[in-house]
Design a protein around this ligand. Structure first.
Ligand code: AMP
Length: 486
């Protein structure tokens, strides 16, 4: 682990490829003859939520078919693979999580046969009492295949004495703690549910077909609806379960919503700006973060430059509020993947350079306001500040569109341990020095609340406050849960 107080050697430092994209995207569709194709397109739009593995399970009313593989959505789902996923119902999942050798076992959807038939499940979030439940189930003889927290849900459903799947599911969900937006597929129904705090998003929409029929769709973000021509109806509510089957759609609260804790980081960084998340435009939230950041931390400068892509919307807001021109002076190469093979040890350390390149003509001799969404370990930020300075900038003022990240997330966003979070260990002045900026300013938490219009305390800010909205169990269980959630 890098020592944050010492200057890092380039080799020790994390580079832009080490940025973890834990979390997941989920998708579900009921009642469309091309269900698997639409799930594929939906997952394609949700690719940013997880790049390690993806899967689709479909049903033709009699049997569930499932394909899950390591890799990107577009590489996994060739026409041949999609042809093997027949039926009008499908769920899909995209995931990134580091769990060593067990990754494919943990890829989702998970599909099983049990006494009441076949089911498949896909999950976004992190079940914080999964370790505890798993230990109890194993003591009673249950056998687990992977290490994913999602598997416990399948076991709880299979074990339930309730006769119907919705009943068994309700039974299972009531035993879970933490964050879950879940999609289930049975032979002839789709069931989706959100935890009572509403940590992770889950939007509901409808695709109208040319023959007058319609299909219900569900997705982590509405950008998945745009691609398939679905209209956004609203969100699955915290504590709600929505069942779509031959008798139509029914909504029920399996438990009352409580202590709402929608993840603010979805708006800060994680979601796509063209999505509505928790019913609000992510682009608007981010521009507002930038605007408020300009009011909180003004500085006399010549240009506002975003760190692409994460800082773009906030930089637009900062520039419009400050009147300082917005310039895209860092260009991102979008085609750099995880599979990039470094040609030789001698030129191994490209670091950030491979992904970002400065536009020297826009930076030379300029006082630059560099805007990004967050600082985690500080190592990427430092490389980018250096890059801008090496391209000729006279001053580099770093502005961050959220508060200092001081606590890990246990609800599905991958953040490193507290030891590795620079803001948990150093003052803002020390971080300013570490990243080698002329000045550093963060968005205060109250302004972040304003930016997401959180007038009635619906959001979770635990990564900025260390105050977790649910009781958390023993540390080793948390460690397991965080390692395997998504
Ligand atoms: P760092 O060098 O660790 O401070 O990295 C900061 C960069 O990581 C910023 O550009 C953020 O956009 C990005 N980032 C913040 N949180 C995450 C996350 N959970 N997953 C991936 N990237 C992130």
């Amino acid at each position: 682990m890098p020592n944050l107080t010492d200057p890092l050697s380039e080799d020790e430092s994390t580079d832009i490829f080490d940025k973890l994209h834990e979390e997941c995207g989920v998708f579900a569709i009921y009642g469309h003859p091309e269900a698997a194709n639409l799930a594929y397109l939906g997952l394609y739009a949700l690719q940013h939520r997880g790049q390690e593995s993806a899967g689709i399970a479909s049903s033709d009313g009699r049997k569930i078919y499932c394909t899950r593989k390591m890799g990107h959505v577009a590489d996994i789902f060739t026409p041949d693979v999609l042809n093997q996923l027949p039926g009008d119902l499908a769920i899909g999942h995209t995931r990134y999580s580091t769990t060593g050798d067990t990754v494919l076992l943990n890829a989702q959807p998970l599909s099983v046969a049990y006494s009441k038939g076949q089911i498949a499940i896909a999950h976004n979030g992190n079940i914080t009492n999964a370790g505890e439940i798993r230990r109890d189930l194993e003591a009673e003889g249950s056998i687990f295949q992977g290490t994913s927290d999602t598997e416990v849900v399948l076991h709880l459903v299979a074990k339930s004495r309730e006769r119907t799947l919705p009943g068994a599911l309700r039974d299972a969900l009531l035993q879970l703690e933490g964050a879950f937006s879940l999609v289930f597929l049975a032979e002839n129904s789709i069931i989706v549910a959100r935890d009572p705090h509403g940590f992770r998003p889950l939007a509901m929409g409808r695709v109208e077909m040319s023959d007058g029929r319609g299909a219900y769709v569900f997705a982590s973000e509405t950008c998945a609806f745009d691609l398939i021509g679905a209209a956004y109806i609203g969100d699955v509510e915290p504590g709600e379960m929505v069942i779509v089957g031959p008798k139509g759609l029914t909504r029920e609260h399996y438990t009352p919503a409580q202590n709402l804790a929608q993840c603010v980081f979805e708006h800060v960084y994680f979601s796509r700006p063209d999505s509505l998340v928790f019913g609000r435009s992510v682009q608007i939230s981010r521009e507002e973060m930038g605007r408020l950041l300009a009011l909180e931390h003004p500085v006399d400068a010549d240009v506002v430059v975003p760190v692409p892509d994460s800082g773009v919307a906030a930089a637009i807001g900062y520039a419009s509020e400050s009147g300082i021109p917005f310039r895209q002076a860092l260009i991102r190469n979008h085609y750099v993947g995880r599979t990039f093979i470094e040609p030789s040890q001698a030129i191994r350390d490209f670091g950030v350079k491979l992904k970002l390149n400065p536009v020297r003509s826009l930076l030379e001799g300029k006082r630059v306001i560099l805007v990004d969404d967050s600082i985690v370990r500080g190592t990427t930020s430092r490389k980018i500040v250096r890059m801008v300075r090496n391209a000729g900038a006279k001053e580099v003022h770093l502005r961050i569109s959220c508060p200092p990240t001081i606590s890990p997330c246990y609800y599905g966003v991958d953040t490193p341990s507290q030891r590795e979070l620079i803001a948990a260990n150093q003052s803002i002045k020390e971080i300013e020095r570490f990243v080698e900026a002329d000045s550093l300013g963060y968005l205060p938490i109250e302004r972040l609340r304003d930016a997401v219009a959180d007038t009635d305390k619906r959001f979770c800010y635990a990564c900025y406050t260390g105050k977790y909205p649910t009781p958390l169990i023993q540390i080793e269980e948390l460690a397991m849960a965080t390692k395997t959630g998504c």
